[in-house]
Design a protein around this ligand. Structure first.
Ligand SMILES: NC(=O)c1ccc[n+]([C@@H]2O[C@H](COP(=O)([O-])OP(=O)(O)OC[C@H]3O[C@@H](n4cnc5c(N)ncnc54)[C@H](OP(=O)(O)O)[C@@H]3O)[C@@H](O)[C@H]2O)c1
Length: 251
C-alpha cells in the first residue's frame, strides 16, 4: 500500500493528529508541509519529527480570501504541485475550557469556533477542489469531522462537524468522477492538546469508550494513511468514525 499522492499539505499539522499524520507520511517518503497559525509551534513540531521531507508554513485558514495564494506558496515550498490536503485545523474544547453543551456557549464563542470549524472548513475544501480541477490533479482531500457529530446534544462544534460529514459526502460523490478522492475521519477522544482540559495522561482510563482508553494520534494517522493510499480510493465521499465505541454516540 502506498500513498496515492506524495506532496501533501496538512492544515493543523503543528500538533496532535495532524502532526502524527505528518510523521507517518514523511516516513512513507512523502514531502509534507505542516500549517498552523504559530510559526514557533510549527518549528518546534518539525524539530520533533526531524525529517528533511517536512516543511513548515504559518497561515490562518480563517483567511478564506487568501487560500489560493497560500496554495501557490505551498507548491513553491514543496517544489511540486500539491497532491493531497489534510484539513485538520480546528478549535475545540481547550479554547473554551469546557465541553460543548449548547446552553453554555456565548455568541462570541460561537463566532470564534464557526469561523474556523465551519466557514474556513467549507471554503478550504472548495478551494482545494478548484485547485485540483484547474491543475488537472487526481488529488486527495481528507477532512476532519468528529464523533461529536454523532451525538444527540451538540453546540456549534458538533454542528460544524456534522456539516463537514455532509459536504464530504456530497462533494466526494461529485468530484470522484474527476479523480479527486475526498473522505473524512470522525475521531473520538484522541489524546492531543485539543482535549487537554480532561485528558491528562494517555494511561488515564476513559470509560466512555468501549475500549476504555483514549485513542492515540498515531492510530488515527494509520487510518489517514489508508484513506489517502491507492487502496483507500474505494472509499469515496465517506467519513470513517474511529471513536473506540463511544457510549454517547447514537449514530
Ligand atoms: N482530539 C480529539 O479528541 C478530537 C476528536 C474529534 C475530532 N477531532 C478533530 O481532529 C482535528 C485535529 O485536532 P487535534 O486533536 O489534533 O487538535 P490540536 O492538537 O489542537 O490541533 C489543531 C491544530 O489546528 C491548528 N489551528 C487552529 N486554528 C487554526 C487556524 N485558524 N488556522 C490554521 N491552523 C489552525 C492549531 O495550530 P495553531 O494554534 O498554531 O494555529 C493546531 O495545531 C480537528 O479537526 C479536531 O476537531 C479531534
Amino acid at each position: 500500500m502506498k500513498l496515492r499522492n506524495d506532496h501533501i499539505v496538512i492544515f493543523g499539522g503543528g500538533s496532535g493528529i495532524g502532526l502524527a499524520i505528518a510523521k507517518r507520511f514523511c516516513e512513507a517518503g512523502a514531502e509534507v508541509l505542516i500549517v498552523g497559525r504559530s510559526q514557533e509551534k510549527l518549528e518546534k513540531a518539525a524539530e520533533e519529527i526531524s525529517s528533511a521531507s517536512l516543511h513548515v508554513a504559518a497561515f490562518d485558514v480563517a483567511d478564506c480570501d487568501h487560500h489560493r495564494d497560500f496554495f501557490e506558496k505551498a507548491e513553491a515550498e514543496l517544489g511540486a504541485k500539491i497532491g493531497g490536503f489534510v484539513n485538520a485545523a480546528a478549535l475545540g474544547s481547550s479554547v473554551l475550557g469546557r465541553g460543548y453543551e449548547p446552553w453554555d456557549i456565548t455568541p462570541d464563542e460561537w463566532t470564534m469556533l464557526t469561523d474556523v470549524n465551519f466557514k474556513a472548513a467549507f471554503f478550504l475544501m472548495r478551494n482545494e477542489i478548484n485547485y485540483f480541477l484547474e491543475k488537472e490533479i487526481r488529488g486527495n482531500i481528507l477532512n476532519f469531522a468528529s464523533n461529536a457529530a454523532c451525538m444527540d446534544i451538540r453546540g456549534s462544534y458538533g454542528a460544524s462537524k456534522e456539516a463537514i460529514i455532509k459536504w464530504t459526502r456530497a462533494l466526494g460523490k461529485k468530484y470522484g468522477h474527476n479523480g479527486i478522492i475526498l473522505n473524512g475521519i470522525a475521531p473520538g477522544a484522541t489524546f492531543t492538546p485539543m482535549i487537554a482540559s480532561y485528558a491528562h495522561s494517555i494511561d488515564q482510563p476513559y470509560e466512555r469508550h468501549a475500549i476504555e482508553r483514549f485513542i492515540r494520534p498515531d492510530e488515527i494517522a494509520e487510518l489517514a494513511f489508508y484513506l489517502m493510499s491507492d487502496y483507500g480510493e474505494i472509499i469515496c465521499g465517506h467519513t470513517v468514525v474511529a471513536d473506540g465505541g463511544d457510549n454517547k454516540a447514537t449514530l
